[in-house]
Design a protein around this ligand. Structure first.
Ligand code: COA
Length: 264
């Protein structure tokens, strides 16, 4: 629990249709304690429910870290049951972000370690500063990843990279993370915010129902077989023909003008 005098562990701000969610414990390198996980979950519930929000950027406060992991001080005295519950609490929050119908971009401004990399991996895109370092160092604490790291890293970067990162526990730099497919882009640290916001604005201007359909297909397809995935895609594709935005997008192309999407 945070007392009323503590700064909020998560802050939110809007820039046009982009909601920026910031983990705000810079003196602890934005480590995720239970209160921070709950505040993040509430921030995602609100962003998803807010009609004015079309894209979400997730980042960490301060110059050093995105998130340096789950809070080691809090975990130090956990029982097995508390450990399981903490894992479920983080997994629930990260699953909510992953299944968000609005696109979520992780703006990785520094260390993304342990729970921090897990948090970045539940986002739909990851843009990293060239100074960022990412890893799953839990093994050095006698632990394993507990917020989906073994599962999402496996799906994102494959078995070899997952076993290397989780078993050896050594962080890697942004360039290697890019080569392994763990992040989508690496940009100079000074340009991180501008470049991330440009991508977020592009997504905010895109047809919301098509964005949602794409996210749904990739989420569902990543967790089922090819036949079911193709069937789901065909159903979603068909659904697009019931939208105003599909008429607008195709008409704008034929009329050689820019589309104006309404989200209907
Ligand atoms: N949990 C709790 N506190 C953390 C933390 C974490 N995961 N990561 C950093 N902090 C705290 C430190 O304890 C320190 O607090 P203090 O000033 O009250 O002592 C503060 O954040 C600054 O960290 P510090 O270690 O002094 O910074 P550094 O620049 O020397 O090292 C790291 C940076 C990221 C290499 C180092 O903090 C680290 O290894 N953190 C843990 C990473 C990890 O194992 N994550 C997985 C957790 S499951």
């Amino acid at each position: 629990m945070t007392d009323s005098n503590s700064p909020s562990p998560v802050t939110v701000a809007d820039r046009d249709a982009v909601r920026i969610i910031t983990v705000n414990r810079p003196d602890k390198l934005n480590a995720l304690n239970g209160a921070t996980l709950d505040a993040l979950d509430a921030a995602f519930v609100d962003a998803i429910a807010s009609d004015s929000v079309r894209a979400i950027v997730l980042t960490g406060a301060g110059p050093k870290a995105f998130v340096a992991g789950a809070d080691i001080a809090e975990m130090n005295t956990f029982s097995a049951v508390q450990g399981r519950d903490f894992s479920l609490r983080g997994q629930r929050m990260m699953r909510r972000a992953e299944r968000s119908p609005k696109p979520v971009i992780a703006m990785v401004n520094g260390f993304a370690l342990g729970g921090g990399l897990e948090l970045a991996m539940c986002c739909h895109l990851r843009i990293a500063a060239d100074t960022a370092r990412v890893g799953q160092p839990e093994i050095n604490l006698g632990l394993i990843p507990g917020f989906g790291g073994t599962q999402r890293l496996l799906r994102l970067a494959g078995r070899a990279a997952t076993l290397e990162l989780c078993l050896l526990g050594a962080p890697i730099d942004a360039a290697r993370a890019l080569a392994l497919g763990i992040v989508n882009r690496v940009v100079p640290a000074a340009e991180l915010e501008a470049q991330t916001m440009a991508v977020a604005q592009q997504l905010a201007n895109a047809a919301p129902l098509a964005v949602r359909g794409t996210l749904d297909c990739v989420n569902v397809g990543g967790e089922c077989g090819m036949e079911e995935g193709l069937e789901y895609e065909a159903a979603q594709f068909g659904l697009m023909f019931s939208t105003q935005d599909m008429r607008e997008g195709t008409s704008a192309f034929l009329e050689r003008r820019k589309p104006a999407f309404s989200g209907t």
